[in-house]
Design a binder for this molecule. Structure first.
Ligand SMILES: C[S@@+](CC[C@H](N)C(=O)[O-])C[C@H]1O[C@@H](n2cnc3c(N)ncnc32)[C@H](O)[C@@H]1O
Length: 212
């Protein structure tokens, strides 16, 4: 089976999109070499990784989905393809170049909000967008959460505790299969791991709920 990525062309338009997507991937790689741990990955997530992060989402009942650390938008694209008009999506990313790419790719949908911000102040960002306690149905994270600076990680999880619907999930990509199970179990009562071999590098998703 061929490895399907965001940039598999099927038509002239897709071909142009594919070139754009390839330049986004090169920008991502350059940023990794410049900023290392802050970008945390050499290449954007594959389609398989993106879909695995969304496995817990009930598209018909979700009212608010928040994506953290969206990069150039491989997961965002899959969310938007499935998003109901009644569901709002907040996409948070702190790198200005990536935010510009996200705005160019995903402009024009009134229920999608691309926000330049730091997840360390996640609570302030959600409050500023009129989200109330326990109103976020799903957090989908592309962050290297275990290696975020401690104050940033604590700020983020304090907000997840306040804003996540008790039935909801916090799903986080990883390039370290199973390795961080113990880390996520410090924060959540219920954690499972889903392997995604078709990614560069192979990785997976920690699906978490019942925040402590
Ligand atoms: C591993 S990349 C994942 C990008 C994308 N979600 C994907 O799957 O390809 C992590 C992203 O998180 C962003 N990021 C890192 N720290 C952040 C922070 N404190 N607040 C918001 N975004 C952050 C980085 O700029 C980068 O785009």
């Amino acid at each position: 089976m061929p490895l399907m990525t965001d940039n598999a062309p099927a038509s002239a338009t897709d071909g142009r999109k594919s070139k754009g997507r390839f330049s986004h991937n090169i920008l991502f790689l350059r940023k990794f070499f410049r900023h290392g741990v802050k970008i945390a990955s050499v290449w954007p997530s594959s389609r398989f990784m993106a879909l695995a992060t969304l496995n817990k989402i009930s598209w018909s009942t979700a009212r608010t989905i928040v994506e953290l650390g969206a990069g150039t938008g491989p997961i965002t694209a899959q969310i938007i393809e499935r998003l109901s008009p009644n569901t709002q999506l907040l996409v948070i990313e702190y790198d200005a170049d990536f935010v510009k790419i996200l705005q160019d790719r995903f402009h024009g949908q009134s229920n999608v909000h691309i926000i330049q911000g730091d997840v360390g102040t996640l609570g302030d960002i959600l409050a500023a967008h009129g989200i109330g306690p326990h109103e976020v149905d799903y957090f989908v994270s592309g962050l290297a959460t275990p290696t975020l600076p401690e104050p940033v990680r604590h700020g983020m999880f304090d907000a997840v505790r306040e804003y996540l619907n008790p039935q909801g999930f916090f799903s986080n990509i990883t390039e370290f299969p199973w390795y961080y199970l113990r880390h996520y179990r410090q924060w959540f009562g219920d954690v499972s791991f889903e392997l995604v071999p078709l990614n560069m590098p192979p990785g997976g998703v920690y699906h978490c709920r019942s925040i402590r």
